[in-house]
Design a binder for this molecule. Structure first.
Ligand code: ASP
Ligand code: MG
Length: 421
């Protein structure tokens, strides 16, 4: 069995979805298909959340009207009358669910409202996808993954209850797969024990695919992207990137941790634990080799793996009473980061000062500075970026930092990290 994950770009238009048919058709069946929302739907739904929560229901409705039109038009282009009717019935249920969520939206429950609204993107896209595959004569069924993936109520970054979820997979998905039926379902979303919808963090569909892959004991999980495979750096930011043919789970975890947008950071662990290979392939040309991520590629030589993270803030804290920043103070500092759910990407501490490079996040930074200012003088350097190079060479480091102002640099044998202005 295989899991195929299709991201938003691969199904951005009806023509794109149509072009996926040879990929699905030639897969060994049954398969589990995990899909994202169509194109940039998630971004549009984020705008709906913002409008609805600040009380501008009119603006929210306007965006939704556009989305409805887009999805209906998409389905009409792709589907014959019978399958369109089927898809429309499904879509209408989600349009209603969306209306309720908008009516219910309020700023004081922003993250909760976010999940109730944003989850609709995946529900709509997969409904159309399932109808399309059925129209092609493919033996597949649509599945609401919220009935399978149980999470806690950390809205926008929900943690999966793996034990409960695995039991649901065994009980509900395995019999379908066992009878030869493929499954079309949503990435990125889940539900709490109270049936509130949740999301797993932006780009979370990869993670869903990996989780399901592990739970059905798939032979492989394939992420279909618009690139020829994994590159040693983001080709949109760096010239002369090279494709990596094979790479270890470990390297990919490191790259994702440092901010490479290759796969969702949580994707690798379930696969690694079950030794399931991850293939990154190009939906524009399924015959390209792509990249395989697997356990043992120790014989391979890696090029420098480059990750640049923008939108960073470098915080400098100095104890107001000039006391040392001891272990217990560090513990308290980390406790603040943890409580405010702020990811610390790099730290450095000295006797009475502490530096931390964190993601820029409106709102969170304000709360953080307010909290820390009780005991520390806080300086923040906004709009810096964090460059990480695994398997660096001095030449590459030089080249990539030329003409930039380096504020902080940390080196280990394999990795160098610099904070740049
Ligand atoms: N649609 C969601 C997003 O854009 C999840 C995903 O694509 O993986 O973040
Ligand atoms: Mg996506």
């Amino acid at each position: 069995m295989q899991v195929y994950k299709f991201g938003g770009a691969s199904i951005a238009t009806a023509e794109r979805m149509q072009a996926l048919w040879p990929i699905v058709e030639s897969a060994e069946q049954p398969i589990v298909i995990v899909a994202s929302a169509l194109g940039k739907t998630t971004n549009a739904l984020e705008n709906v959340v913002a409008a609805a929560c600040k009380g501008d229901k009119k603006q929210a409705q306007d965006i939704v009207a556009g989305l409805e039109q887009q999805h209906i038009g998409y389905a009409k282009t792709l589907l014959d009358e019978k399958h369109f009717a089927e898809a429309e019935k499904g879509l209408n249920v989600f349009f209603t669910e969306l209306q309720w969520a908008i009516d219910d939206a309020s700023a004081d429950r922003y993250d909760y409202c976010y999940d109730q609204i944003v989850c609709i993107g995946e529900l709509m896209s997969t409904r159309i996808f399932a109808c399309f595959l059925q129209q092609q004569g493919f033996n597949a069924e649509w599945q609401d993954i919220r009935d399978i993936i149980r999470t806690d109520d950390t809205y926008r970054d929900a943690r999966v209850d793996e034990e409960y979820t695995e039991a649901q997979v065994k009980q509900k998905l395995m019999p379908m797969l066992g009878s030869g039926k493929s499954i079309v379902t949503q990435g990125f979303i889940g539900a709490t024990s109270d049936n509130a919808s949740t999301t797993l963090g932006r780009e979370g569909s990869d993670y869903t695919a990996a989780l399901l892959g592990a739970m059905i004991q798939a032979n492989g999980v394939t992420i279909w992207k618009d690139v020829e495979g994994l590159k040693n750096a983001d080709p949109k930011k760096f010239p002369n990137t090279v494709r990596i043919e094979a790479i270890s789970y470990h390297e990919v975890i490191e790259m994702a941790y440092y901010g490479a947008q290759v796969v969702h950071p949580k994707t690798i662990k379930p696969l690694q634990n079950n030794k399931i290979p991850l293939y990154i392939k190009c939906f524009l040309n399924k015959d390209l080799k792509g990249t395989v991520v697997m356990e043992d590629v120790s014989s391979l030589f890696y090029p420098p793996l480059i990750v640049q993270k923008s939108n960073q803030v470098l915080l400098k804290l100095t104890a107001k009473d000039f006391s040392f920043i001891t272990e217990s103070k560090l513990r308290d500092l980390y406790d603040v980061f943890h409580r405010l759910n702020i990811k610390v990407n790099l730290i450095q501490n000295a006797a009475i000062s502490f530096l931390a490079c964190i993601d820029q996040h409106e709102g969170k930074l304000k709360a953080l500075v307010a909290e820390l200012s009780k005991d520390y003088s806080v300086f923040d350097n906004e709009d810096v970026s964090l460059l990480t190079i695994r398997h660096y060479t001095p030449e590459v480091l030089n080249d990539l930092t030329k003409g930039r102002h380096i504020i902080l640099e940390q080196k280990t044998k394999h990795t160098v990290q610099v904070v740049l202005m």
